[in-house]
Design a binder for this molecule. Structure first.
Ligand SMILES: NC(=O)c1ccc[n+]([C@@H]2O[C@H](COP(=O)([O-])OP(=O)(O)OC[C@H]3O[C@@H](n4cnc5c(N)ncnc54)[C@H](O)[C@@H]3O)[C@@H](O)[C@H]2O)c1
Length: 296
């Protein structure tokens, strides 16, 4: 029996270690040829080192797979194009984009600097946009040329930090929320070209989460990779615009945001009527934890 990703070509960003490495190895083990991108930066996004990406390429090749390294920066629009061009040049086509590269600059909203804000939004949100922009242009052109749907799969990396409003991560939570908006917008825009776009909110024991002392088995990045592989596969062609929380042996599908309560009046609302409607509602509403979203 063939493997689920035989003949497919993938790019995994930030794949020199942690979640990206596990995802690249998994895609390769399922038959995909992989561009292993990694800047080789610190958790804060500083420095540059080509060894981590190259080491993952060697691991894939040693296991009989196909891979090539790219040491570019996802926050660069031109580097992102180069990554996809490299996939096409080396392996003849491009099918799967796994956006994973990320950094942290944690700080409370009242202390965060402009630079800390910009750096995180640039790597996560703009980094996701950069690769998606070039990948989607390629797939749209391919589909228009052939008159058939292309094969395109985007798997983005969001975070529960956004769902929970992580207080020490205003930059990161905002970027991860933006990634969900980018994911669903792209899902809508690219459906007619045969492209799906989904996001995961993973939990894994990596250098990024070292301070939490997470159990290395339960939170192994390898527990996250199979969902990414599945979403990249032909079997997932009808799954798009979705967000999944994934860790250990659990995969949870998020429901769309829903209206909790509708307040209506005759004509335009005014202050007294808004106060009459809102105050009693919020007075009796306990702060509740609804699964993962803390409501105040
Ligand atoms: N570990 C978790 O529990 C967790 C939870 C939620 C979300 N995430 C997200 O998962 C992704 C991977 O995180 P991880 O825990 O494996 O972290 P990690 O630090 O182990 O790996 C991130 C990799 O991204 C690379 N990178 C950083 N900036 C880059 C850039 N500009 N261009 C290319 N590569 C770059 C780094 O060199 C590093 O190898 C991130 O987007 C992170 O926000 C992780």
């Amino acid at each position: 029996m063939g493997k689920s990703l035989d003949g497919k070509v993938a790019l995994v960003t930030g794949a020199g270690q942690g979640l990206g490495r596990a995802e690249a190895l998994y895609l390769a083990s399922e038959g995909a040829a992989v561009v292993v991108n990694d800047l080789g930066a610190s958790v804060e996004g500083e420095g540059r080192e080509s060894k981590p990406a190259q080491a993952v390429v060697e691991e894939i090749k040693a296991a009989g797979g196909k891979a090539v390294a790219h040491g570019g920066d996802v926050s660069s629009y031109d580097d992102a194009k180069e990554m996809i061009d490299l996939a096409i040049k080396e392996f003849g086509d491009f099918h799967i984009l796994i956006n994973n590269a990320g950094i942290l600059r944690d700080r409370m909203i009242f202390n965060i600097t402009e630079g800390e804000w910009d750096a995180v939004v640039k790597v996560h949100l703009k980094g996701h946009f950069n690769t998606m922009r070039h990948a989607c242009a390629y797939w749209r052109e391919q589909s228009k040329h052939s008159g058939q749907p292309a094969y395109g799969r985007v798997v983005n990396t969001s975070s529960e930090a956004f769902l929970m409003g992580s207080p020490g991560q205003p930059n990161y939570a905002a970027a991860k929320a933006g990634i969900v908006g980018l994911t669903t917008s792209t899902a809508q825009a690219m459906a007619k070209y045969g492209v799906t776009s989904n996001a995961i909110a993973p939990r894994a024991a990596t250098r990024m989460t070292e301070m939490f002392g997470m159990d290395k088995d339960e939170f192994a990045p390898e527990n996250v990779a199979p969902l990414v592989g599945f979403l990249a596969s032909p079997a997932a062609e009808r799954i798009s615009g979705q967000v999944f929380i994934v860790w250990g042996s659990q995969v949870s599908l998020l429901a769309p945001l829903r209206i909790e309560e509708k307040f209506e009046t005759k004509g335009r609302w005014d202050y007294p009527r808004l106060a009459d409607a809102m105050q009693p509602y919020f007075d009796k509403r306990e702060p509740v934890t609804d699964g993962f979203i803390v409501k105040y």
